[in-house]
Design a binder for this molecule. Structure first.
Ligand code: FES
Length: 58
């Protein structure tokens, strides 16, 4: 199973990667597509890693 990136919303690295592969280029886009960052901690725990994944994609 792919690693969980967003613990609040149970969003895996794979789901986020899929959103990026479909052309998502912003944190807001990832949030809209997967729900990651929209949980109880408001992205405190997962934002850093999502940013890293967005950056790797550039
Ligand atoms: S871990 Fe992603 S919103 Fe809390």
């Amino acid at each position: 199973m792919s690693k969980q990136v967003c613990l609040c919303k149970h969003v895996s690295e794979e789901s986020i990667q899929r959103a990026l592969d479909h052309g998502t280029t912003t944190l807001e886009g990832v949030k809209a597509a997967t729900g990651a960052g929209a949980g109880a901690c408001k992205g405190q725990r997962c934002k850093g890693q999502i940013h890293r994944m967005l950056k790797d994609k550039e």
